[in-house]
Write a protein that binds this ligand. Structure first.
Ligand code: ADP
Ligand code: MG
Length: 372
């Protein structure tokens, strides 16, 4: 089975006053896993509901392969779905639920029973085959829903927060399972989540939504390393933000001044537009916790900001340090420090330097990305 391409062309969804989806263009390539990631209310479920056929678009088109399905009923679209509200059939057993779509497909009709059992094994519910959905936990019901949607190897799968109710261990196991099945059948998946870690680990590309629009789409690495706005920088991974004034030195370099005598130097070739050259400008710099260095306090130097450790939190593979900067009115920064047996751990109250290498900061001006 080969997945089909999904094209969304200028898709709009209005509910009375609310513009839930605002002129959306999105292509999911055949066999690609694309996640839609965004805060609650940003329009994620509305997109999936339109692709599924549960909601009519206010305008725009939906194509699966070369078929324009915009006006088709849900059953005629040949889509596998796991939706928050697309419940199991309460009067059918677990096995019958999984078998239901199989019995409707020519390809599976003859061997629905063995296929349903295969899927039950996959989601580790073989011993629950004869139970009714009401006799399962919420998490078990979700696994049945995933199994039912994947069973007939649909060319397009829609999943709306399918793992939301599962505990961490099972959720991670199911993430790997969904990915494995998707890759083995080559299915196209449009996946909705508000969990950025889930989106980053599972997806070929991630579309970040804000107020009905895609604000950035890219591979997980692109989004993590090169966010184009503060919204994306903040939403994907953990990030520290610090405001400062950007200055241009006589030598053609750049600096961010955080206070009278605290200055960060930046790389000269960081892609800043030349038309702002010479102008001092208020900017926000963004720093990943794992790219910040912490050392015991030394003499003052550029790119070292003095601070005091407020908290040191053991996280297993690393420690998280919350460091109060010795700058008036600044938020504390979060740094992630890996464990090395040779280094004494930092303790709360300890005086340290926060070290910010010029290559590690991203700078935003009026929410536009201005440097890498
Ligand atoms: P998400 O899935 O990202 O949380 P939704 O697509 O569910 O977002 O909702 C997007 C916006 O549309 C929200 O403001 C929500 O209140 C509104 N909305 C969603 N469904 C309906 C509906 N059936 N009627 C009216 N407004 C709706
Ligand atoms: Mg939703």
């Amino acid at each position: 089975m080969i997945g089909e391409t999904l094209h969304l062309n200028r898709l709009v969804k209005r509910y009375d006053e609310t513009l839930a989806v605002d002129d959306l263009n999105l292509t999911v390539n055949a066999g690609e896993f694309v996640s839609v990631l965004g805060p609650s209310g940003s329009g994620k479920t509305s997109i999936l509901s339109m692709v599924a056929g549960f909601e009519r678009p206010s305008s725009g088109e939906i194509l699966i392969g070369s078929r324009n399905v915009t006006q088709l009923a849900p059953n005629d679209r040949d889509i596998g779905m796991v939706f928050q509200k697309y419940a199991l059939f309460p009067h059918l057993t677990v096995r019958q639920n999984i078998a239901f779509p199989l019995k409707l497909k020519k390809r599976w009709k003859e061997r629905w029973r063995s296929r349903a059992d295969e899927m039950l094994e996959l989601v580790q519910l073989a011993s629950f085959a004869d139970r009714l959905p009401a006799q399962l936990s919420g998490g078990q019901q979700q696994r049945v829903a995933v199994a039912r949607a994947l069973a007939f190897e649909p060319p397009l799968m829609l999943m709306d927060e399918p793992l939301g109710a599962l505990d961490k261990k099972l959720r991670e196991a199911m993430q790997i399972e969904i990915k494995r099945i998707q890759q083995s059948v080559g299915a196209t998946i449009l996946y909705v989540t508000h969990d950025q870690e889930e989106a980053l680990t599972m997806s070929d590309r991630v579309a970040i939504m804000k107020s009905g629009r895609v604000v950035q789409i890219g591979t997980p690495v692109e989004l993590y390393r090169a966010p184009k706005s503060m919204f994306v920088a903040d939403f994907v991974g953990r990030m520290n933000f610090l405001e400062g004034d950007r200055l241009f030195t006589k030598e053609g370099g750049q600096q961010i001044r955080l206070s009278e005598n605290t200055v960060l130097t930046m790389l000269a070739d960081c892609g800043i537009q030349t038309d702002s050259s010479g102008e001092e400008e208020r900017v926000t710099i963004a720093l990943r916790p794992e790219l910040i260095g912490i050392e015991a306090r030394k003499e003052r130097k550029p790119n070292r900001i003095p601070g005091v450790v407020e908290h040191s939190i053991f996280m297993g593979p690393h420690n998280v340090l919350i460091v109060r900067l010795s700058l008036p009115g600044r938020p504390a920064v979060e740094a992630q420090i890996p464990h090395f047996s040779s280094v004494e751990p930092f303790e709360s109250g300890q005086e340290v330097d926060v070290i910010i290498e010029p290559t590690t900061l991203t700078c935003f001006s009026a929410s536009e990305r201005c440097a890498a």
